[in-house]
Ligand binder design. Structure first.
Ligand SMILES: [Cu+2]
Length: 508
């Protein structure tokens, strides 16, 4: 914010004159307010997430998650990235609309920063809301290179208490290596009572796979692409070591929840309370929705509110069906209640109304046309792959960089239609844009959800995004945020055409 804007802003408030009198001189304020400068140094970080497991991870500034970054809307941000991770690295600012060469995708928006090298990211974080940042080169994020990034929105209702909760899972890196080859034997972990379309293992397992499985004595749940986890954490700790949230009766509490897991969808509920969701991926929804549990896909964020109506202690807990998930929890309590046995949420999703896109988006019959007004570009993608022993996750049968790209002119109105022919949900993510989810499984969302990542449902599910190509020109990748699937090819890009573009296509 420059001086003129600041004065304009202040003149509109009753306190303007008084504030001006007590504020420090402009030069000091400019340094303090106008640019947030941070240094993020990536280094190896070896630790024991649980006593019986040693994890060779990576961390920004020696901590997992990395430091939380918080700016005000309109404030400039400068991050000096120093890479001592032992390999190439970049930082992606997830959910931001920013100059393309700040987007942090190796070999596409910048060369990877080599081990021992440094790079300065410099942009004005936008739009306001709950964003995050993570490494985008190889498996850096899976090993611990990620953190929360909040751009405070002056239009938001003020909460009495706010907590940023990063749900992340510490992977067994051997199982990651197997999953990348689609030969993992790790079981799929889902919450009890989950209502979902049936998995159809036979669709994917040819006779060879069934035979191989018999020989190896595998359970039918081993799908080849699952990752085994050593620990499930909230803000880097396991309950009861997670930091409790202290509240008072009458408080309105805002939880900002991020799923930073490499592969897992999280189902999260709070004992004794419903949660009112106001923002999807940090973007204000057209109307809030109140649910008994959240479903948060990889890389998704939700802002969820509740009110404290009486004294007590409650557990906010992940509901996945394994012992580790029982420790992916945070205690919320009023004064003096920290030792009371906390009220837990139900331990099954059977009969639970949890957050789904059709519920939040008020789904109804399919509309024709799906989006009012003209559409300039329509891209159709069939998601495929994931066959046993074949390390390929595909878009229209191809893997990156051979996937079909979406070429747009600036100002184009774009539809992206997905159909998922695999037996896993895919958290598809688009860089540099906020799109609207307008269709899911053949129904129109009458209240489209503003998002940057959505789960495309397994087993024939569909989803449609709408966006206007009004972001800075360049190359904006579109990929599955399951680390295994992205590494195995499930990625394409939205490419802004035009002679002004300094960007180039590689490998296609
Ligand atoms: Cu995927």
């Amino acid at each position: 914010m420059n001086r003129r804007d600041l004065l304009k802003l202040m003149s509109g408030t009753a306190l303007g004159v008084m504030s001006a009198a007590v504020l420090p001189p402009m030069s000091a304020r400019a340094a303090d307010r106008d640019t947030l400068e941070v240094t993020l140094t990536a280094r190896p970080h070896v630790y024991r997430p649980v006593p019986d497991a040693l994890f060779y991870g990576l961390a920004y500034n020696g901590q997992i998650p990395g430091p939380m970054i918080r700016t005000r809307a309109g404030q400039r941000f400068r991050a000096r990235f120093i890479n001592h991770s032992g390999g190439g690295g970049t930082i992606h600012w997830h959910g931001m609309i920013l100059p393309n060469d700040m987007d942090g995708v190796p070999d596409i928006t910048q060369m990877p920063v080599p081990d021992g090298g440094a790079f300065t990211y410099d942009f004005t974080p936008n739009p306001p809301g709950f964003r995050w940042y993570h490494d985008h080169a190889g498996l850096g994020a899976a090993r611990g290179l990620f953190g929360a990034f909040i751009v405070d929105d002056p239009r938001d209702e003020k909460a009495d208490v706010e907590a940023v909760l990063i749900f992340h899972d510490v992977p067994d890196m051997e199982s990651v290596a197997d999953a990348l080859q689609d030969v993992s034997t790790a079981p799929m972990v889902v919450p009890p009572g989950l209502r979902r379309t049936m998995k159809m293992p036979d669709m994917k397992m040819g006779p060879m796979k069934t035979g191989a499985m018999k020989r190896m004595g595998m359970k039918k749940t081993g799908m080849g692409d699952e990752v085994a986890y050593l620990a499930r954490c909230v803000n880097g700790a396991l309950y009861p070591q997670t930091k409790p949230i202290k509240v008072k009766v009458g408080n309105r509490v805002r939880l900002r929840i991020l799923n930073a897991s490499p592969t897992m969808t999280h189902y999260i509920a709070l004992g004794g309370h419903k949660l009112t969701v106001t923002h999807s991926d940090g973007n204000p929804m057209l109307r809030p929705v109140t649910v008994e549990a959240l479903r948060v896909g990889v890389a998704e964020r939700y802002d969820a509110w509740f009110e404290v109506t009486k004294a007590g202690a409650w557990l906010l807990e992940d509901l996945a069906g394994d012992a580790l998930s029982r420790r992916q929890a945070v205690l919320i309590h009023t004064e003096g209640m920290e030792k009371a046995p906390p009220v837990k949420p139900g331990q099954s999703l059977a009969g639970v109304e949890y957050f789904t896109y059709p519920l939040a988006g008020a789904a109804g019959p399919l509309r024709h046309p799906l989006v009012p007004g003209r559409i300039d570009v329509t891209a159709d993608y069939t998601l495929g792959g994931g066959k046993w022993g074949v390390p390929r996750w595909t878009m229209n049968g191809k893997i990156w960089p051979h996937t079909q790209k979406i070429f747009v002119n600036r100002g184009d109105r774009v539809l992206v239609r997905f159909k998922n022919h695999t037996d896993m949900d895919h958290p598809m993510h688009l860089h540099g844009h906020v799109f609207q989810l307008v269709e899911l499984n053949g129904q129109s969302l009458t209240q489209p959800l503003p998002k940057d990542t959505t789960l495309i449902p397994a087993n024939g599910g569909t989803g449609t995004w709408f966006f206007e190509a009004t972001s800075p020109p360049g190359r904006w990748v579109l990929h599955c945020h399951n680390d295994i699937h992205m590494e195995d090819g499930m990625m394409t890009e939205v490419y802004y055409k035009g002679p002004q573009s300094k960007y180039y296509l590689t490998g296609s």
